[in-house]
Design a protein around this ligand. Structure first.
Ligand SMILES: [Zn+2]
Length: 121
């Protein structure tokens, strides 16, 4: 039954904990990859809702949700580390760098290419 299915979806959503509202899809993906590396399961919601025709999205930013409640404190720690590292790297080297593997311009604060995931070389 579609109604019951929708209700179950909502229960699933409300049982998750909102971790972080990312500036854009790229940042969200980087953070999710980072958290995945620590075996923290996350779900990205929000940005794919922006496709609705002619309507202003209710939630314009991609939002990362933590699936398991007990992962939330660890996820927040990792996020804080990530942002402080990025802020420091930004001061030391403000120029964006070009990935040696795929040639994409990567943001200065990241040590990994957002496009192919390779480490800065
Ligand atoms: Zn790359």
């Amino acid at each position: 039954m579609p109604v019951r299915y929708a209700a179950r979806q909502w229960i699933f959503l409300f049982s998750m904990l909102k971790l972080y509202e990312a500036a854009d899809r790229i940042e969200a993906q980087l953070l999710m990859d980072l958290l995945h590396g620590y075996h923290i399961e996350t779900v990205l919601l929000g940005d794919y809702l922006t496709g609705a025709a002619g309507e202003l999205p209710a939630n314009a930013f991609p939002v990362i949700w933590v699936v398991e409640d007990e992962d939330l404190p660890r996820a927040r720690e990792l996020l804080a580390d990530f942002h402080s590292t990025r802020a420091q790297a930004g001061k030391a080297d403000p120029a964006p760098w070009e990935c040696g593997y795929c040639g994409e311009q990567a943001e200065c604060g990241f040590d990994l290419c957002w496009n192919c995931g390779k480490a800065r070389n």
